[in-house]
Design a protein around this ligand. Structure first.
Ligand SMILES: [Zn+2]
Length: 354
């Protein structure tokens, strides 16, 4: 208990410190796009349902991006370094939920938690978990959900750095960056609990949407396992006007190295949906989605081999003891920061420019 309190105190200090250590340049850079060289060569096509742009955000010039990922790195360090393993239903999972809630509050949001309980058949009892939700009002009350699970896998030794403190860290930084900006859509940032136990948090969230709420969601961006692998991907339905298409255009505008797979390519060999991440429940409910992940589909047919087989457990980082910040950083120097920069920049663009 005492240890618990010390950890909590350390977290609160971190929470209190994080906003203060914010380099002033970031706020300036995001609020006032400057460099002419950042003007995209090819303007992206707007989404069909794009609400009118307001006066507060009149320029199509994307903001500078060099510092993007700096805050995400701090949040990643806090979750993985201070808390570490956080399996569904554990006090560490609850501590992580509290940390995320505290960060949302520090950014100026009024977060809510959605509690749920899960029956663990093997243990013969229920455990509790929760989703943490922060809402950013937009020009339109149509909603875009940005989701990332904050629990970590059960495998021994995994600290869940890649899977999925990375997704949470990117979500938190973007939530911070967009708070004072005008966004076309209302954004619901959701940190899902108990993903590693049958995708419980996201399923509970979608199952409890009223019909009007479900219909009001334009789409869902899922962030899961973003920092360990060679390549960055976007998954989703094929074709013009889909969320996947929207992301591909935004990445091209930045000349980012982002590869893609269609929902069909993600399916199991027998054509059934993969049921492997938090977007599943949204897809089943008929909500469009786009799913960000870093892996390497050149290395295996199922996309599960993330890096060269000489590294990790036969090329796998997530769900292994190699999913720690220390291993990823030592094995692939600079990769973590590069990936955080790419995903923060891309998600920021998607939420502010479209
Ligand atoms: Zn995951």
């Amino acid at each position: 208990m005492k240890q618990h309190l010390i950890l909590l105190a350390a977290l609160l200090i971190l929470t209190a410190c994080a906003p203060k250590s914010q380099p002033a340049a970031i706020t300036t850079a995001t609020a006032t796009p400057v460099t002419a060289s950042m003007t995209p060569a090819v303007p992206s096509a707007p989404m069909p349902t794009l609400p009118a742009r307001g006066a507060a955000n009149p320029s199509p010039t994307p903001p500078a991006t060099a510092t993007n990922g700096t805050f995400a790195r701090q949040y990643l360090q806090a979750i993985v370094g201070e808390i570490g393993r956080r399996e569904p239903g554990t006090k560490e999972e609850r501590l992580t939920a509290q940390y995320i809630q505290d960060m949302f509050k520090a950014f100026g949001y009024a977060p809510t938690t959605q509690k749920f309980s899960v029956y663990d058949k093997e243990a013969g009892q229920d455990f509790n978990s929760s989703n943490v939700i922060a809402v950013k009002a937009g020009l339109s009350d149509k909603v875009i959900v940005v989701g990332a699970h904050y629990d970590s896998p059960y495998e021994d030794g995994s600290k869940g750095a890649d899977d999925n403190a990375s997704g949470v860290a990117v979500m938190l930084e973007v939530a911070k960056l967009v708070k004072a900006l005008e966004t076309p859509y209302t954004i619901q940032f959701i940190a899902f609990g108990a993903e590693e136990f049958n995708l419980n948090g996201s399923t509970y969230f979608v199952d409890n949407l009223a019909t009007t709420e479900r219909k009001n969601i334009v789409g869902m961006f899922n962030l899961d396992s973003l920092i360990a692998s060679d390549k960055s991907y976007i998954y989703g339905n094929a074709g013009p006007g889909t969320m996947r298409d929207w992301v591909i255009k935004a990445a091209a505008r930045r000349k980012m190295a982002l590869e893609s797979k269609t929902a069909q390519e993600m399916n199991n060999a027998d054509g059934s949906p993969c049921e492997c991440a938090d977007y599943d429940a949204f897809e089943r409910a008929g909500i469009p989605y786009a799913y960000f992940e870093a892996t390497n589909w050149d290395l295996s047919a199922d996309g599960m081999t993330q890096v060269d087989v000489r590294y990790g457990d036969q090329g796998k980082i997530r769900h292994t003891k190699y999913d720690t910040l220390a291993y990823i950083e030592a094995t692939f120097p600079n990769r973590i920061d590069q990936h955080l920069n790419l995903f923060v920049t891309l998600l920021f663009d998607l939420l502010t420019q479209y």
